[in-house]
Write a protein that binds this ligand. Structure first.
Ligand SMILES: Cc1ncc(COP(=O)(O)O)c(C=O)c1O
Length: 474
């Protein structure tokens, strides 16, 4: 690939026909097309902003802004004081047809999915794994502590204290294979201790209902309110434990207020109940200070569960429990036979990434990218449907768009989206029984689409909303 500097002439840029105010957009469009069509190859450098501005008789600020926008979209890369170049992964490489079955839908905007090509830090993981293999004592590869590798429990206890406000020690931590596995371990332990009924947020992730039901436990649906869950309803339900997502309720995206947090802790203390805190995307917070885990308020009554499924990749299958001291032995005893735990080598590799600050660095990079995506998504949705109300925007990797407020329905959006090959999640499937509110909504995940395609994909979603609204008028 040519790495020589592209000149303005090579770019075939002719903006003379564009109105003065539209020139920045025209420049961005021309560059995007040149990159997509391969006329600007990955790695090729662009003219400096001064040169291009001079050639095209634009202000330098216009060129600077256009470059910055394309950097944000993933088409270009720029380092301070360095040249601007076409990003190496600006255009996705076509995969071998034999390796991947034909996609049913062209675009997947369901929540909980990541852009696997850019999220998992392969090089960092490899470096960490090499370092571990060089230095780990032989004893690390023996049958080990049933709670998990001590290196990881120690690294996580410190990390969770500083990043999530979790109050724990390595002795109180148990490593599991992701949230779902950690939840199953906890539920099995509770069932063996005589627990029969589990409170669950209504609405919630449908897959978690199946995990509770698999343990033969009864589900008590607890209504979600704008600042958490109804603790009165929890009290009345007679549940012995409750599963909550306080940092970013799934799917509404609500954050549990401090008043609700205190009420929840008081419920647990009064009834000797257990709060199971699902902190699945707590690392991603954009507009204000991170909202800490509830666990820090009462580590004796709250079992905190974390996962690498959003921060690294779902296939890493490492999660962790920070347990009340009285639950550590029961959890180990209840799950010691036939319970899968992540391989020690992976656990030690993750510990290395946490200890040397690489995980923090990786998360800083992701936060920046997700925040830009979130902003683009909000802009496009509100432009398409000006009255739409969107929740869950301050954190995480998905938002809930209230279609009722936009003036349309799930059915209309679904029929247009399916025609356009767009997969979405719909609020209706998240209720335990008949919907508690007549509200209709789409749950939109914005972490899956690779950066270069993101703008177009989100514009397509805006088009779907517009078409669904237009169908109302017919
Ligand atoms: C609400 C919620 N909790 C937890 C998880 C993570 O589960 P696991 O760690 O088993 O992948 C997800 C993933 O999408 C989720 O949406």
């Amino acid at each position: 690939l040519s790495r020589s500097r592209t000149s303005s002439i090579d770019l075939h840029l002719d903006l003379a026909a564009s109105p003065a105010r539209g020139r920045r957009a025209a420049l961005e469009r021309t560059l995007r097309e040149a990159i997509r069509e391969g006329r600007l190859a990955p790695g090729s450098t662009l003219p400096s902003t001064r040169v291009l501005a001079g050639d095209l008789q634009l202000s330098r600020g216009t060129v600077v802004d256009a470059y910055a926008q394309l950097v944000a979209e993933g088409y270009l890369t720029a380092r301070p004081g360095s040249v601007t170049a076409v990003a190496d992964n600006a255009v996705p490489t076509p995969s071998q047809p034999a390796e991947r079955p034909a996609p049913v839908a062209r675009i997947d905007l369901r929540p909980g999915l990541l852009d696997l090509a850019s999220t998992f830090p392969r090089a960092e993981w490899l470096r960490a794994e090499r370092a571990v293999l060089r230095s780990a004592p032989d004893a690390s590869f023996d049958y080990g502590d049933l709670r998990g590798a001590p290196e990881l429990r120690t690294a996580l206890a410190a990390y969770l204290g500083r990043a999530r406000g979790v109050a724990t020690t390595p002795e109180r931590m148990v490593i599991c294979a992701g949230f779902s596995h950690g939840l199953a371990m906890l539920l099995r332990t509770l069932r063996l201790a005589g627990v029969r009924r589990i409170g669950m947020e209504d609405p919630c992730l449908p897959a978690h209902r199946a995990i509770v039901a698999d343990q033969g436990l009864e589900i008590a649906p607890i209504p979600v309110v704008a600042d958490g869950i109804s603790v009165d309803a929890l009290e009345q339900s007679g549940a012995d434990a409750v599963i909550v997502t306080p940092a970013h309720q799934y799917p509404t995206g609500f954050t549990m207020s401090s008043v609700r947090r205190i009420q929840l802790v008081q419920w647990a203390q009064r009834t000797r109940g257990l709060v199971i805190e699902d902190d699945y995307d707590g690392e991603f917070r954009y507009d204000r200070q991170p909202v800490g885990a509830v666990q820090g308020l009462d580590p004796e009554h709250i079992a905190y569960v974390g996962t690498t499924s959003k921060t690294l990749a779902p296939a890493v299958r490492i999660g962790w429990l920070a347990l009340p001291p009285a639950l550590v032995d029961p959890v180990i005893t209840a799950n010691q036979h036939g319970s899968a735990v992540p391989p020690a080598l992976s656990q030690m590799t993750l510990a290395h990434l946490v200890d040397n600050g690489r995980l923090d660095r990786h998360l800083r990079r992701l936060r920046l990218n997700y925040r830009q995506r979130r902003d683009m998504l909000l802009h496009t949705l509100t432009e398409a449907a000006p009255t739409i109300s969107i929740t869950g925007i301050a954190a995480g990797l998905h938002v809930l768009a209230d279609l009722s407020s936009a003036g349309t329905t799930e059915e209309r959006v679904r029929s247009v989206a399916e025609r356009h090959g767009i997969k979405l999640a719909y609020l209706t499937s998240h209720w335990h029984g008949p919907p508690a509110t007549p509200m209709q909504g789409i749950v939109v995940g914005y972490a899956r689409t690779p950066s270069p395609a993101f703008v177009d994909v989100i514009n397509d979603l805006g088009g779907v909303l517009r078409a669904a609204l237009a169908a109302n008028d017919r």
